[in-house]
Design a protein around this ligand. Sequence first.
Ligand code: UD1
Ligand code: UDP
Length: 384
Amino acid sequence: MPLNDSPRDIAVVFGTRPEIIKLAGIITELDDRARIVHTGQHYDNALSSAFFANFGLPQPHLLLDGATGPWGRGHQVGTLIAELTREFTLAPPRAVIVQGDTNSTSAGAQAAHYCGIPVVHVEAGLRSRDRSMPEEINRQVVGVIADIHCAATPEAADNLLAEGVAPERIRITGNTVVEATLRSLPRPEAVDALLARLDIPDAFVLATFHRPENSDDPVRLAAVLESLAGLGLPAVVPLHPRTRAKIKEFGLEPAAERLLLVEPVDHPTFLALAGRARLLVSDSGGVQEETTVLKKPLLVVRTSTERPEAVRAGFAHLVEPGRELLTTARRLLADAGLGDRLAATASPYGDGTASVRISAIARALADGAPVPEPLPQPLSATGS
Ligand code: UD1
Ligand code: UDP
């Protein structure tokens, strides 16, 4: 059978919770052309299979063991490259799609490229300019490798142009998180049932954090926990396993017990919580984007962000833990007109059609056909 007629000829490679959420729509659009390759980087049900169920995805066609363990990033990326290279050599796909900036993203792009398979990078062009973030290096590695860069916004496209990526390789597609959020968001009448299992108070703040800059430094982690406990409203925290492990390692359980800690929840439940919360506090990338769809205020506990669009649109506020976090939270909670202003502000991350656009791009690349929608001309440095 000619390769062109064979199903599952577009490999979608991913390994973590946010990648599943953001690639689900593309996998659905690709239908029987999608070969689902899960690296196993996230292996707990609460970070992985729960999201397959949320989006009605079939089981992975290939599941690796994640190369997790005590040997760090180099070992994980290197092992995954070797395993994916073997897979792509035995059964070559005609294109590979990767998303975002995780170790799985880097390994998937590198393995495909070394096997001569074209790479589509979803959510291309994000830059925090913070080289201490593993994700910033992963993004740059994939930025060098990708054949087609699907930038969510004009600003992300500008970042790529500034690094010398040829304009004909860039498409502005929006971010697939918009349709993922719209799809997962429970109807108002279903929210109470979803939240009933969690014993949540009427008024609360929703917080998530897992970035190494917050979780791996005991002083900073203690400061984040103290700040969340001092908000004047209970803080509901679906705790990422990385953060849970660090709280234990640093003996910070007494500070953590002042928060309403819950296990990580599935996507509809998270969005139900976010919709009910008075305020969101997070270091998550995806939550910075979702807040622009949910029209909720968000404090981003980070020293930098690769998502300045959410800040400029008025949804997100970059804060340090401690006094800045607390004063900004009080100001936002006291701002009676904020909800209406955010409700009237468009999401900078697109209109919910990114998955359709990106799947069309990947199909064309796999078929050797012209890739749709070239940028008409190089964007300006300001993204206008
Ligand atoms: C990873 C990504 C990060 C992304 C995040 C999404 C990299 C470098 N980091 O960070 O960009 O924002 O996923 O959540 O790729 N663990 C479990 N169970 C799991 C998975 C992880 O207990 O299913 C624990 C393990 O102790 C592991 C630690 O969490 O060592 C960190 O996991 P890892 O995948 O390395 O990084 P994340 O912090 O999850
Ligand atoms: N999320 C979820 N359940 C949780 C916490 C987060 O479904 O308990 C979702 C959230 O809605 C967002 C994504 O997970 O879509 C963000 O993942 P994470 O913060 O782990 O990674 P990042 O986006 O920072 O890479």
